[in-house]
Design a protein around this ligand. Structure first.
Ligand code: ZN
Length: 202
């Protein structure tokens, strides 16, 4: 499965000259919601992810996603794994389990995002369900931005990855694009101007 091609075809992987929220420049920008606007694609990607998780031998009771980014990917993954699905959401800045969702003591949970960047939101969701007694056994995402190490990848973990070392991360691909400071950006040097994703309706 060529994930990059699937993202490209869905206009979820934009090529250009982008100014990221960190201030760095990149030739690529991921608009991961776009790849999930087709439910059949979402389902197909989730099936592939579920296959990885099953062959690893993990028992999962529940998929939990941090809203909003992880909602669709997590729902599709829960469907593929045949398990329960819940989500956490931010209330006054704190990731919280609401809407009557409950977890049991020892319930085995996988946290699912669309894209794992440094894993910050995923960790907040993990802390919340563990605070309530569940056990987070793994993390999952459709794609890994290249800061954390996913199972089966030769890419090393970077110092800014927030996910724990001792729990597996499952993802379908690494989107490890180079980022440049504006001073070092080769696209700036060649005279092009960086645009903020969103400034053209992205
Ligand atoms: Zn630039």
């Amino acid at each position: 499965m060529d994930i990059k091609k699937i993202y490209m075809n869905a206009d979820a992987l934009l090529k250009g000259h982008f100014k990221l929220s960190s201030g760095n420049h990149s030739e690529y920008y991921l608009q991961s919601a776009k790849v999930l606007e087709n439910p059949k694609t979402a389902k197909m990607l989730a099936e592939e992810l579920a296959k990885q998780i099953r062959s690893y031998g993990l028992e999962i009771d529940t998929v939990c996603s941090p809203a909003i980014g992880g909602l669709i990917a997590g729902f599709a993954l829960a469907d593929a794994l045949g398990c329960r699905y819940i989500f956490t959401e931010r209330v006054e800045g704190r990731m919280t389990l609401r809407r009557g969702f409950e977890v049991q003591k020892g319930e085995r949970i996988i946290i699912c995002e669309d894209i794992i960047t440094t894993g910050g939101s995923a960790m907040e969701a993990a802390f919340e369900v563990e605070r309530l007694g569940a056990e987070v056994v793994a993390f999952a995402a459709l794609a890994n931005r290249g800061f954390c190490r996913r199972e089966g990848s030769s890419l090393d973990r970077k110092p800014n990855c927030k996910l724990p070392n001792n729990k597996p991360l499952f993802a379908l691909a690494d989107f490890d694009f180079p980022m440049y400071s504006p001073q070092e950006c080769p696209m700036c040097k060649s005279g092009s101007e960086a645009v903020k994703p969103g400034s053209r309706g992205n």
